[in-house]
Design a protein around this ligand. Sequence first.
Ligand code: ZN
Length: 247
Amino acid sequence: MGIAEELGLRVSPGLRVVALTGAGISLESGVPIFRGKGSMWEIPEARRLAERAGPPWNTRETWEYYEWRRGLVSRCKPNRAHYALAEMERYFEDFLLITQNVDGLHAKAGSRRLLELHGSMWRGRCIECGRVIDLPETPLKALPPLCPCGRPLRPDVVQFGEPIDPVVLDAAFKASKKAELFLVIGTSAVVHPAAQMPLIAIEGGARAVEINPNATPLTPFMSLSIRGRAAEVLPRLWEELLSSALG
Ligand SMILES: [Zn+2]
């Protein structure tokens, strides 16, 4: 029996699909994790830079830290899981990708219907006029980079303890509520509010599939949990779903 049948899903372009991704999907592209055990926090240089970064986040010191991170991430490429999600977006008419990652790899892989819950390290935001400016080049010519209004920009990244943009959050919850298939990929989903999204989807009747090398607090709620790395599992899952639609 195929996965679609097992889930009781009829796969067609009209199926409403939401995917939620976290650090696990980027780890396979070599993006260092930024918190916890085995993270870049354990690298003295990163720690020294991180400790000098801080509110209001539009300082030269903050950008020195971000440039260090941006330099590392600029050498990372999207992996097969990122590309599978971009393909799914092209197939399904009602598809949304929600990510907790700030590394920009989903956009690089071609995803456009994308909500970056925590922002992106490839953009700056002005705390005076609110403009959001793309900053794709690293190293930047000047630190801090400036807004067209003349004020220094901060990274367009939600810092620990800061709220997520309510417009972004609202769109994520709305899509989750009406999803028929919800994929949880490479996230331990312990960080709220992202952790609530699959639960809201399940409450609304969605089938939920988790892809993670380890069990997570969400595992007991899933229709299906696949233990493995996203770059291996997701392309196979997508291929199987697609063949069940064609068959
Ligand atoms: Zn400005």
